[in-house]
Design a protein around this ligand. Structure first.
Ligand code: TMP
Length: 222
C-alpha cells in the first residue's frame, strides 16, 4: 500500500484556513479521495482537552515553555491516533496547523526560537514532515480583525472561550508573521505561500493548483 499524502494548512488566526479546508475537502471528495481531516491543537479526545487548556483565556499565566510542551503533547497524540494511521492506510491526511504553527507562535511570537521547536519536533514527532504545506498570509491587519470578530461571535453564541491568543498585542503577531515568512523562504519546495488580500475564490484556486500538482507528482504511474 503506497503511503498517503500529508498536507497541512497554516496561517495566522483569521487567515481563512477553516473555509479553505472545507472547500478543499469537498474538492477531494468529489474526486473520490477520502481525506482524513484534523486540526491542532485538538482532533483527538485527549487533544480536545489540551486545546481547551491552551486556548481558554482563563489559562493564565501559562509559561511559554509549558505552552510549547502542550502543543507537542497534543501533536504526539494526533500523530499516533490520526495522522500515521491515515498515511499508513494510503489516505490523505489534511491537518489544520502542524509544527510550523509552533515554530511561528512559540518560536517566533513567544521568542523561544526555531531551534528548540525543531529539536522537539525531531524528538517527539520523529521529524514527520508534511508533503505539502499551504501557508495563507493575508495582511496582518485583516487577519486579526477577522479573528477577533469570529471569536467574539463564537463566545456570544456558545459561551466557549478560545480567546487567549487573540489577547496578544500586535507585536506578538508581527513576530508570528515574520517567522512564517522565514519558514516559507527556508523550505520553498514544501511550503506554498499564498499571500496578499485575495478573495476566497482566488485563494481556493491557488490551493487547488498546488494540491493537484502534488497529487500528480505522488501518483504511482510516475
Ligand atoms: P485555530 O486552530 O482556531 O486557528 O487556533 C489555534 C490557536 O493556537 C491559534 O491562535 C494558534 C495557536 N497555536 C500555537 O500557538 N501553536 C501551535 O503549535 C498550534 C498548533 C496552534
Amino acid at each position: 500500500m503506497p503511503r498517503g499524502l500529508f498536507i497541512t494548512i497554516e496561517g495566522l488566526d483569521g487567515s481563512g484556513k477553516t473555509t479553505q479546508i472545507k472547500r478543499l475537502a469537498a474538492w477531494m471528495q468529489k474526486r473520490g479521495l477520502d481525506p482524513v481531516i484534523t486540526r491542532q491543537p485538538g482532533g483527538t479526545a485527549t487533544g480536545d482537552r489540551i486545546r481547551a487548556l491552551l486556548l481558554d483565556s482563563g489559562s493564565t499565566p501559562l509559561a511559554p515553555t509549558t505552552e510549547m510542551a502542550l502543543m507537542f503533547a497534543d501533536r504526539a497524540q494526533a500523530i499516533a491516533e490520526v495522522i500515521e494511521p491515515a498515511l499508513a492506510a494510503g489516505r490523505i491526511a489534511l491537518c489544520d496547523r502542524f509544527t510550523d504553527s509552533t515554530e511561528a507562535y512559540q518560536g517566533g511570537g513567544r521568542q523561544l526560537g526555531s531551534e528548540r521547536v525543531l529539536d522537539l519536533h525531531r524528538l517527539i514527532c520523529g521529524d514527520l514532515q508534511p508533503d505539502l504545506t499551504l501557508l495563507l498570509l493575508p495582511s496582518l491587519e485583516s487577519s486579526l480583525a477577522r479573528a477577533r470578530n469570529r471569536n467574539e461571535r463564537t463566545t456570544a453564541q456558545t459561551g466557549q472561550d478560545e480567546n487567549r491568543f487573540e489577547q496578544e498585542q500586535g507585536e506578538f503577531f508581527k513576530r508570528v508573521w515574520a517567522k512564517y515568512r522565514e519558514i516559507a523562504r527556508r523550505e520553498p519546495s514544501r511550503v506554498v505561500l499564498i499571500e496578499g488580500n485575495l478573495s476566497i475564490d482566488e485563494v481556493y484556486e491557488q490551493i487547488v493548483e498546488a494540491v493537484s500538482e502534488r497529487l500528480v507528482a505522488n501518483s504511482p504511474a510516475r
